[in-house]
Write a protein that binds this ligand. Structure first.
Ligand code: TRP
Length: 370
């Protein structure tokens, strides 16, 4: 999930050039094949996925990716969930309230059904060997490659900072370390993360070519693109915590009702699902449909000529009903901060053991001596 203040959407990025468009359709086709393989043999996959700790997760995150993570976990895919705390510093000078944001993420994960007995939740700053991988990885990429990354370019263009830090240019290589330290072979992502995944694959390939003796040290991980259409924020823009247009998993029923009541719609009374010409109404329909496991057209035809007021009432009910058990679990976990810290400590320990072993392999392959 991209949490920087941005205006250019992932679509614009994806269609920025012909090559990118080709890359998208290839990634889509590949994802369909992967979905079949996951159903057949979930045990051959290890997923690495995660978020920057910059605030609470919202419904855009949930239906875009979180829901899918839990599905994969429950299918039997091994999962590592990274809280990318160093990455918060790419577009701001200080990571505000880091401990609080990290705990909020852990709460969101637990509430939606990430099971810490099966999935490893950890912060990358707590895993030294993961970060050490960054140095050999950086030696495998050129400055030109780092400068070409369209997502980074977009983030720089919309950054609130007056200067661009070295971390901003190198975080995609850091992200490669996030993924490769545990030899993940599957990364569920949105379109904006595809360039980072491409770089990860490049780094894995170059490392294997340069240092591998017969067997590959790293897999070349696949992107698993979400097929879920994008939910808009209540103002019709991209749903984002910083814009105040997002319904978070943690917000209560009343706040949810208020946000949806103020949502942008249009002047046409008859409700129809038409994402191209009625984006705001359609996004609300989509939201209700996802919560009720129906199609947006079905929701629309139920409302018909009853208009935006009826639409908003139905969406509010659907969202609040869907989120009720998630919110109840979240509240319960929130009472027990010691448990949250325990989950993180355990996750960090597990991730550290895996990273230590990968780093040892890397050092051996590079002929570093103890
Ligand atoms: N860059 C991702 C985001 O902004 C977060 C992230 C960090 C991540 N490391 C990752 C995502 C590794 C997938 C894999 O949301």
């Amino acid at each position: 999930m991209n949490t920087t203040p941005q205006t250019v959407g992932p679509e614009a990025l994806a269609s920025a050039s012909f090559t990118d468009t080709l890359g998208m359709s290839a990634a889509r086709a590949r994802s369909a094949v992967l979905e079949e393989q996951i159903l057949k043999d979930p045990g051959q996959f290890r997923v690495l996925t995660g978020d920057r700790p910059t605030g609470r997760l919202h419904l855009g995150h949930y239906f875009g990716t979180l829901h899918n993570r839990v599905r994969l976990q429950n299918l039997g895919v091994e999962m590592f969930v990274i809280i990318a705390d160093y990455q918060v510093l790419t577009d701001r000078d200080v990571a505000d309230n880091l401990t609080g944001h990290v705990e909020e993420l852990v709460l969101d994960y637990l509430a939606i059904g990430v099971d810490p007995a099966r999935s490893t939740i950890f912060t990358h700053s707590a895993v030294p060997a993961l970060n050490q991988l960054l140095l050999p990885f950086l030696s495998l990429v050129s400055v030109a490659e780092l400068e070409r990354n369209p997502t980074v370019k977009d983030e720089i263009a919309h950054s609130r900072q007056s200067t661009v830090s070295g971390l901003m240019f190198t975080y995609p290589a850091h992200q490669a370390a996030d993924i490769l330290f545990c030899k993940a072979n599957l990364v569920p992502v949105g379109k904006d993360q595809l360039p980072h995944l491409e770089l990860t694959r490049t780094i894995a390939r170059r490392f294997n070519d340069r240092y591998g003796t017969g067997s590959a040290v790293f897999p070349q991980p696949d992107a698993l693109l979400s097929s879920a259409p994008l939910l808009l924020g209540t103002d019709g823009g991209k749903m984002s915590k910083s814009r105040g247009n997002a319904i978070t998993l943690a917000s209560d029923a009343g706040e949810t009702a208020r946000l949806i009541k103020g949502a942008k719609t249009d002047s046409e009374r008859h409700i129809t699902y038409d994402p191209a010409s009625r984006p705001e109404v359609s996004s609300l329909l989509l939201l209700a449909a996802r919560c009720q496991n129906r199609t947006p057209d079905q929701v629309a035809s139920d409302i018909g000529a009853a208009g935006a007021v009826a639409l908003k009432r139905i969406v509010t009910e659907a969202v609040n009903e869907y989120l009720a058990p998630i919110r109840a679990r979240r509240k319960e976990y929130a009472q027990d901060r010691a448990y949250l810290r325990h989950i993180l400590r355990e996750g960090n320990e597990r991730a550290t053991a895996v990273a230590d072993s990968t780093l040892a392999e890397v050092r051996a392959a590079m002929n570093s001596h103890d």
